[in-house]
Design a protein. Structure first.
Length: 307
């Protein structure tokens, strides 16, 4: 019965509200996302620069709007992505607990991983287009916009399958990322409320009998969860970006599979300047992003009387 009603129409009434969590988080970090993509794939205009020097160089070369390249596609993508992920997480938790009898930390880890993979598969073509647009530099535009990018990828790169280039490292990386993100947040929340309920918690707005974390504690726990998850999965994120860019990169024929791309990046650039290039920027990006996402999510649950 739970599986049959997994995507019951009533669930979709909450999808737009839960999508707000993802949108709020990504809006504030769009410039950092664009710089991260440029660094991960070693764009030849910025490959010799570091994180902060690239942040300064992009506005000089492309104007301040250059920091927001690909932002339109990202916002179209992140709304359904965030909504599907949070909704799926709630539903997977119920299914895992009732059908498999698994509860506690393990079922949060499993539900988080499955929710992340579900959201990625549903929205992957938009992520592909966003990366292609963000990697372009002023004066060297191959794609004129979102619709043009969709048309070009479809006609030049094998039809619908062209939109799923790099899906394997994405899915493999999403399991630890989403899993440890939700796992860490849920664990910190439960430990905090159990050990220091008066200091860290307060009654829920919709149910005084339920304790929830105070807003600033929610932000802190969300940030920590995002940082840990990013560290674990970052090399696969680099692999995904290189595979997504495909023919745009001069060395694309050496990055056709996940294993091949991991080996190539490691051999050419090493660990720090290859597999983990841009990680410091990702900490700056993911901590506020995840903090805002989890906090908005918790507030929406209270607003919609879901506690």
């Amino acid at each position: 019965a739970d599986l049959k009603n997994f995507f019951h129409p009533v669930s979709f009434l909450f999808l737009p509200w839960k999508g707000v969590a993802g949108c709020c988080a990504k809006t504030t970090t769009a410039p950092l996302d664009r710089v991260k993509i440029l660094l991960q794939a070693h764009n030849h205009h910025y490959k010799h620069l570091g994180v902060f020097s690239t942040l300064r160089a992009v506005p000089k070369k492309e104007g301040y709007l250059g920091l927001y390249k690909g932002n339109g596609a990202m916002m179209i993508r992140i709304f359904p992505y965030g909504a599907i992920q949070f909704m799926a997480f709630d539903q997977y938790k119920k299914v895992i607990k009732k059908q498999l009898g698994i509860s506690g930390h393990v079922h949060r880890l499993m539900a988080g991983s499955m929710a992340g993979i579900t959201a990625v598969i549903c929205t992957y073509p938009l992520d592909m287009v966003r990366v292609r647009l963000a990697f372009q530099v002023k004066g060297e535009h191959k794609y004129m916009g979102i619709i043009h990018a969709f048309k070009m990828i479809y006609t030049k790169e094998g039809g619908f399958s062209g939109f799923y280039r790099g899906l394997m490292p994405t899915v493999v990386g999403m399991a630890p990322y989403a899993g440890f993100s939700f796992f860490t947040f849920g664990t910190l929340k439960s430990i905090g409320l159990a050990q220091a309920p008066n200091l860290l918690g307060r009654p829920s707005l919709d149910n005084p009998d339920v304790l929830v974390l105070k807003t600033h504690v929610n932000l802190l726990c969300g940030g920590i969860a995002g940082a840990i998850a990013q560290t674990i999965s970052y090399p696969l994120d680099v692999t995904r970006r290189r595979m997504q860019l495909g023919a745009v990169l001069p060395d694309s024929e050496k990055c056709l599979t996940m294993v091949q791309t991991l080996k190539y990046v490691y051999q050419q650039h090493g660990i720090r300047r290859g597999l983990y290039r841009g990680l410091s920027l990702n900490y700056i990006r993911c901590i506020p992003s995840q903090a805002v996402a989890f906090t908005t999510y918790e507030l929406m649950k209270q607003f919609l009387h879901l506690n």
